[in-house]
Ligand binder design. Sequence first.
Ligand code: TRP
Length: 335
Amino acid sequence: MKTILTGLRPTGNLHLGHYFGACVNYLKLQDQYDFYLEIADVQGLTDNFDNPEKVRKNVREITTDLLAIGLDPNKVHFFVQSRIPEIAELTVFYSNLVTVSRLRRNPTVKAEIAQKKELFGNDGESISYGFLGYPVSQAADITCFNGELVPAGEDQMPLIEQCREIVRKFNSIYGDTLKETSILLSDNKRIKGLDGNDKMGKSLGNAIYLVDTEEEISKKVMGALTDTNKIRRDDKANPEKCMVYYYHKLVNTEENVNKVCGECKKGERGCVQCKKELIEAMNKFLSDFRTRRKVYEENPSLVDEILNQGTQIAKKVAKEQIKNVKKAMMLDYND
Ligand code: TRP
């Protein structure tokens, strides 16, 4: 079985964007690969260093979400990044193999700097050493476990490329030690937000979370963007301009979706009715998630135990790998 590794920053609960963009894919992968799933708290701190409570709280939150979508802890090794000190060691070793200008040119890092002007200044002049270097740390995440494939979205491509460069450079200097990794691109699309924005995101305030209650779902769906040309019930509208239709397509049956589309175009359904039907479909869609999540919520020690077990497995692999790396780098002392 090939080894795959992916990570998530514990900075908030999972929303539909995570679910359809990445997590549905994990459900299939867990049956096909030896799957390491890292809760990347150290990476989460790179832009939340002043809010450790948030990162700590979300380690358990996001793990609970991942279990509740149906990931099986017997198949997936859930582990916490900060609990594997070897990752930090590797990060230091790899930091010699990458230039600052290469990091600054990394498109993912560049995009994030632009988004975080408040934290890093207009041109990224106040960027921290840690944030700029997080691709190096991510290369350590992956290579620490010999991750052959990294399931991730397109936005992660530059980070995986950077990891491959580090691996090649390491191997060429210190001898063949690290496995080259590849991205396992999910064919899932980017999910739009309630406001019609191309991206659903926490910072954009347009997300539907898997943990949202029925009341929260109702409120959000009632406020979702619809075709602004449709004012009266019998106005003909364009469902492609409507977020309610967009989410119907994600969570409703094909038959219902066709009905919604046909009636909307002909001016045979009002938006309120359409939203109410979406709320119902959304609650149905979330029903298994809620049932599973409740078990873990009532028993948080179950989640902690799953993290402990996965972390113990990860620790063993990491200890082996750091030995290989230190030997290659002539840092193998018998302490
Ligand atoms: N950078 C990823 C994100 O922001 C999270 C992550 C951390 C990751 N370590 C990883 C992804 C290793 C893939 C592999 O979503």
